[in-house]
Ligand binder design. Structure first.
Ligand code: FES
Length: 80
């Protein structure tokens, strides 16, 4: 079962497979999520996923198997 992924504020929607790395999905959607270390330690890639309390590091995240829709809020952080 594929997952519909909405990226905000870009308003871009793509379909992804469970387990697919979030950065790959963003790349396919033409969305740039800033990255640094790609190892989970610099927090440059943080995004918010609707329904989750804490920000998620996109470089460590993958598409969940138990959701049919994922809403990803990308930060527009001028520092990065
Ligand atoms: S790129 Fe550094 S935490 Fe994700």
């Amino acid at each position: 079962m594929s997952v519909t992924v909405h990226f905000l504020p870009d308003k871009v929607t793509v379909t992804a497979e469970p387990g697919e790395p979030l950065l790959n999905v963003a790349d396919r959607a033409g969305i740039t999520i800033p990255t640094g270390c790609l190892m989970g330690s610099c927090f440059a890639c943080e995004v918010e996923i609707e329904g989750q309390e804490n920000p998620v590091r996109a470089c460590l995240a993958s598409i969940p198997i138990d959701e049919s829709v994922l809403i990803v809020h990308r930060y527009d952080d001028p520092i990065w």
